[in-house]
Design a protein around this ligand. Structure first.
Ligand code: SF4
Length: 333
């Protein structure tokens, strides 16, 4: 179902005269890795190497591997550009997935009954069809708005797990949002950032569901409990990611300094992957603050034996923001 754009990939390799390329795919696209690599090998004289490390987003570019392997081009599938890659040209293949718009709109209408206006959002796989969805909804009497793209979400209506700016840049008020895509990861972030109801239209299985309020309440209680527990900590580990698009060393240093001003012993911990087994071996900190992907603390890592806060939650801990100023607003940073 993905548009793999193999001809564009081959043309780009030819244009650049690339002799060696590194192919990077997110987990969900790895079943296509050998197929893509084989196509490139047959269609070009280029040597193809597949990156086997984690790939959580375009924030997680294999640029270090690309430099180590001296490749001429990094081919990154599944995401749009997030940050410029240091030291290597990158070809992004968004891997669009066409959806059946009329069918999806029919399915979604009962779940938004009574809504006069909705905000439309999706991942880069479906953003090219958001205007078509908006037109179909407008014809059915629902005003559908799409926020402008900018920065790390350059496409109109595009959201990432850490950025819902397009959802907050709508040209008008809405009663709630429709997220087009699979899973609950993006809808949850949308609710945390906008505080509005979210309907999930899954184009893969045709299902439509509403993000459960009780799920949000449970999460709010858990996050508040973590912040409360961390307030008594006298030693805190501040996690800094080595991933190109997640590295926030300067912010982490400022945070550690502010903790120090409050007589909290804080040290930076630099790491590529935030894993519970690794963190649990650090027995001195009573809490962790992670300055990498905000979703790691919220729903990305299980089994950490002490509270782990996002950078936004750390501001609540430090008294710079209130809980009410972040929950349902700027919760993801
Ligand atoms: S949510 Fe996390 S993994 Fe996804 S793009 Fe943002 S920083 Fe990267």
């Amino acid at each position: 179902m993905y548009e793999l754009e193999l001809e564009r990939v081959v043309a780009e390799i030819g244009k650049r005269g690339a002799r060696r390329v590194l192919l990077q795919l997110p987990d969900g696209m790895r079943p296509f890795a050998f197929q893509i690599a084989e196509y490139i090998r047959k269609a070009t004289p280029s040597e193809v190497i597949i990156s086997g490390d984690s790939c959580y987003g375009a924030c997680d570019l294999a640029s270090r591997q690309a430099v180590e392997l001296n490749v001429d081009l990094l081919i990154h599938y599944g995401h749009a550009c997030f940050v410029p890659a240091p030291g290597v040209p990158v070809l992004y293949v968004e891997a669009r997935i066409p959806i059946n718009v009329p069918k999806m709109v029919e399915a979604v209408l009962p779940s938004i009954a009574g809504w006069g206006a909705v905000g439309l959002t999706s991942t880069v796989q479906h953003t090219p069809q958001l205007n078509e969805v908006a037109e179909a909804l407008n014809q059915r009497g629902v005003k559908a708005l799409i926020g402008e793209g900018a920065g790390i979400t350059p496409e109109a209506g595009q959201v990432l797990g850490c950025s819902y700016a397009a959802a907050t840049r709508l040209p008008g008020e809405v009663d709630g949002y429709i997220f087009i895509g699979g899973g609950r990861f993006h809808p949850l972030g949308l609710a945390l950032t906008t505080g509005k109801p979210v309907v999930i239209a899954n184009p893969y299985n045709g299902s439509v569901s509403r993000l459960d309020e009780s799920e949000l309440m449970q999460l709010a209680k858990k996050r508040m409990a973590f912040i409360t527990a961390a307030k008594t900590a006298k030693t805190i580990g501040v996690l800094v990611s080595s991933k190109p698009g997640q590295r926030a060393l300067a912010d982490a240093m400022i945070l550690a300094e502010k903790l120090g001003d409050r007589e909290i012993r804080a040290f930076l911990i630099y790491l590529d992957e935030v894993r519970a087994d690794q963190l649990n071996n650090f027995t001195e900190p009573e809490a962790f603050i992670e300055t990498a992907c905000p979703r790691i603390a919220i729903d990305g890592v299980a089994g950490v034996e002490r509270p782990i806060l996002t950078a936004a939650e750390a501001r609540v801990l430090l008294g710079e923001k209130t809980w009410e100023e972040t929950w349902g607003r700027a919760y993801l940073g």
